[in-house]
Structures are given as structure tokens and as C-alpha cells.
Design a protein around this ligand. Structure first.
Ligand code: PLP
Length: 444
């Protein structure tokens, strides 16, 4: 290690066996000699990582084993008592919308009316698919979307890859719409729906958005509630509130209720989705949707062709376990205890290694599951590849954009929840080496 110049910007760290930033040189102010010095140190770190045979994964936006274990008491909680508060034997057929107690619980999580809440299978993505497919082929309010030819949906970007995959699968064109720290760019959204009648909906992840972690402001929520007035009949705001109760801090931003801004003309233009995937069991939770009474009636009639009803035993288990909104909040504080240190670790490493370097910007979410990092233009793919080559999996570059096309090739989604502390530190340190190496090499 002595062979490196003494004006080194990095310091060799014996514990991590990596060069770690000691002094932050902004890449735009670096000399050629600085750049070459950086590259040789980073290549040494990269080789060191390559020889360590890493097998790390920063892609998984899923709860850690300790998080799912928080809900292990679901198992056996019914103790043979399968009858709900209304005297319904949950083991038997019936009740397409779900048992009343579960509708009340889920409505409390989403801030909706239990009478306008319908439970589905364990995945909210499944309900989103059902609703979009129904609107496309049959029409939810009014004509089938496909009746007038091309169908387009506004996609705030970066966004959730599975929303985009769903659209692509159903042949719906996607129109990227810039995200801001207060939600989608509403000037553009309104202009686009005004100009293009083929735009039939918009995806929204309104609290702790995937991947930026941003929460929509009240002004944005109000304009989204009214977007249907501009767009016309059949337009849908697909309100995927997957992270409704997933704050990591007491002072995390609160999402204004969209219902508050709805009136008789717009109430059927909003369909809200939620689930307990990241509250209890990601693979065996509850999922629901909330909308106008009329939409609930129409969606129920449509679903009745494919199901007699969802798993009511699981609904009852969840009611007994979580009980009510206060029970959910108490449970989510336990999740926050597990997730917060992971977010803080990632943010600390990014800050120590990258702050003031001009190599990246990143979000600092107060909740949710992701951190969004932006590399310098044209580098995300290269960084993800460098990381993959040394055994560190990152979400594929471009995944947060429709059709996988990030025009700046700069968005990278980091998912801190799943790995344990040591793995997370090792993965983020390795990621940072790859990011720096790609960035400095780009100067050559
Ligand atoms: C924004 C968003 N919506 C929905 C989901 C999936 O939810 P579910 O498990 O209820 O299908 C995720 C999972 O990562 C997500 O990030």
C-alpha cells in the first residue's frame, strides 16, 4: 500500500481492506493527477473486493427475517375460534369483500371508509392488475379504455418497476412524468391529460414513494384528486399507498387524505390500494382496495367471476393480531426499530464517502423501503455491472423507468432492509467503490 502517493485522497483502512475517503475532492475540481491517483487506489480496492468472493444483495425491497418474525404470533392466534364478530364462520365460503372487522382494520390503515373497502388475495399488486385489466377490457366507469384505441398511463419516474411491467404486459403505453420532492410534476400531468385523451390513468405511490422515499404534498394530492375533472370519464388515479404506515421517525411527513379533496364528480376516479405485506407477512398478508361505493360494486361484480372470496381465516387472524389503527402503529414502531439503523448506516456511509464529491446525489427518506441514488450522467449501468462482477447485486439500472429506459442512465435504487448489518455495510462499501471507480474513469 506504501506505493501510493502521500497526497492521497483516500486512506487505506485495515478493517475493510479498502481505501476510504479522507478528503473530499470535488470531481469537477480535480486535476488529472488527482484523477489518476484516485483510479489507481480505487482499482486496488476493487481488486481486493474481487478477491473476497462477495455474495451480497442490495436489490431486495423485502422485510428482513427479523421483521417478518414480529408477526409470528399470527400463527395459532385463532386457537380454534374461527367465528368473527358478526358470527361468520371464516372457514366457509362467502363474503367477497371480506369480513367487516378486517375491512375496518384495512380502512383504518388507508384512512378510508370500511363500507368502501374490499379485500383481495394477499397481494395489492394483484388487485391493481385486476382493476387495470377491468378498466381496459370492460370499463370501470364508462367505456372500456381500449375501445378508443391506444391507451396510455402517466408514470411518475423514477417509479415502481412492477407498475411498469403490468402496463407493458397489458399493452398500455407508458408516459414518463417527472417526480419532484412533493410528488409528480402536476403542471405537466394536467397539460398531458388535457392534450391527450388516450391518457387514462396515473400511477401514484404517495407516501415514501418507491424509490425516492418522497411524500406528496397537500397541493399535489388536491390536484391529483381533481385530475379526473380535466381528463374526463373513466380516468383513474391508481393510488398505491403501499407505505402508508411505514415511517421511521416520529416527525416523518404525513400524507393528506385524498378523500378529503374528492366530490361527487371525482370520487370514482380514485382507487386506493394497500396491503400488510410490509406490516405482517410479505407473502401471506392482507391486501385491499378502497374507492367509491359505485366502484366497489362494479369491481365486486367483476371479481365474482374469478373468486368466491379471499382468505377470511387470514383476515380474522390479522384482526386478532393487529386489532386496530393503534395496534398497527405500535407494531410499525417495532419495524422502525429494525429498519431505521439500516437506513442510517447506508446514509452515513454515503455521506462519509460521497458528500461534496460531486459523484452522486441521494434521497434521505424518513420512511418506506428505498433510497434513490443518482450517479453522474451515463454511469448507472456501468456501476451496476462493476458491482455484479464482484458479487454485489443491485437493482438493474433502468428498472425504475418504463421499459427499463432511464434517459440519463443515472438512477440506482438501494434497498437497505433485507441484509444484516455486516452484509449491508460490506455491500454499500463495495457499491461506493464501484461508483467512484466508474465516475473517475469516465473523466479519462
Ligand atoms: C409501491 C409498491 N406497491 C406495491 C408493492 C407490492 O405490494 P403487495 O405485496 O401488496 O403486492 C410494493 C412492493 O415492493 C411496492 O413497493
Amino acid at each position: 500500500m506504501e506505493s501510493f502517493p502521500t497526497n492521497s485522497i483516500h486512506r487505506y483502512n485495515r478493517r475493510t481492506k479498502l481505501f476510504i475517503a479522507e478528503q473530499h475532492v470535488h470531481i469537477d475540481q480535480a486535476s488529472k493527477a488527482d484523477a489518476e491517483n484516485m483510479i489507481s487506489q480505487l482499482e486496488a480496492s476493487y481488486q481486493q473486493l474481487a478477491s473476497s468472493q462477495l455474495n451480497l444483495d442490495l436489490t431486495r425491497g423485502k422485510p428482513s427475517p427479523a421483521q417478518v418474525a414480529l408477526a409470528s404470533d399470527l400463527d395459532g392466534i385463532l386457537q380454534g375460534n374461527y367465528v368473527d364478530a358478526d358470527g361468520i364462520d371464516t372457514r366457509n365460503y362467502g363474503g367477497l369483500a371480506g369480513i367487516r372487522e378486517a375491512r375496518e382494520l384495512c380502512a383504518a390503515i388507508s384512512g378510508c371508509d370500511p363500507d368502501q373497502t374490499l379485500l383481495g388475495v394477499n397481494s395489492s399488486l394483484n388487485l391493481m392488475y385486476q382493476v387495470v385489466e377491468f378498466a381496459l377490457n370492460f370499463g370501470l366507469q364508462g367505456d372500456a379504455w381500449k375501445q378508443s384505441g391506444a391507451v396510455r398511463i402517466l408514470c411518475p419516474v423514477p417509479g415502481y418497476d412492477r407498475h411498469f411491467a403490468l402496463c407493458e404486459h397489458l399493452g398500455i403505453d407508458m408516459v414518463p412524468l417527472p417526480m419532484t420532492a412533493t410528488g409528480p410534476d402536476m403542471d405537466q400531468a394536467e397539460a398531458l391529460v388535457r392534450e391527450d385523451p388516450a391518457i387514462k390513468g396515473i400511477w401514484c405511490v404517495p407516501r415514501f414513494s418507491n424509490p425516492s422515499g418522497d411524500t406528496y404534498s397537500s397541493a399535489t394530492v388536491e390536484r391529483l384528486a381533481k385530475l379526473g375533472k380535466i381528463a374526463g370519464a373513466g380516468f383513474l388515479v391508481l393510488w398505491d399507498n403501499a407505505y402508508a404506515v411505514h415511517s421511521l421517525y416520529e416527525d416523518a411527513p404525513v400524507l393528506p387524505a385524498i378523500d378529503h379533496y374528492l366530490d361527487a364528480e371525482t370520487e370514482s376516479s380514485v382507487v386506493q390500494f394497500g396491503s400488510t405485506s410490509k406490516i405482517t407477512f410479505a407473502g401471506a398478508g392482507l391486501a385491499w382496495l378502497c374507492s367509491s361505493a359505485d366502484n366497489i360494486k362494479r369491481i365486486s361484480s367483476h371479481l365474482a367471476f374469478s373468486t368466491i372470496g379471499a382468505d377470511k381465516v387470514n383476515q380474522l387472524r390479522h384482526v386478532r393480531f393487529l386489532q386496530n389503527r393503534a395496534g398497527v402503529e405500535a407494531h410499525m414502531r417495532k419495524h422502525a426499530e429494525l429498519v431505521r439503523p439500516r437506513f442510517e448506516l447506508v446514509l452515513k456511509l454515503l455521506e462519509e464517502e460521497l458528500e461534496g464529491s460531486g459523484l452522486a446525489t441521494w434521497t434521505k427518506p424518513k420512511g418506506g423501503y428505498f433510497i434513490q441514488l443518482n450517479t453522474r450522467r451515463g454511469l448507472a449501468r456501468e456501476v451496476v455491472k462493476l458491482a455484479a462482477d464482484i458479487g454485489v447485486k443491485l437493482t438493474p439500472a433502468g428498472a425504475t423507468w418504463p421499459y427499463g429506459r432511464d434517459p440519463r442512465d443515472s438512477d440506482i435504487r438501494l434497498a437497505p432492509t433485507f441484509p444484516d448489518h455486516n452484509e449491508l455495510e460490506a455491500a454499500v462499501r463495495a457499491f461506493i467503490v464501484c461508483l467512484k471507480l466508474a465516475s473517475w474513469r469516465q473523466l479519462r
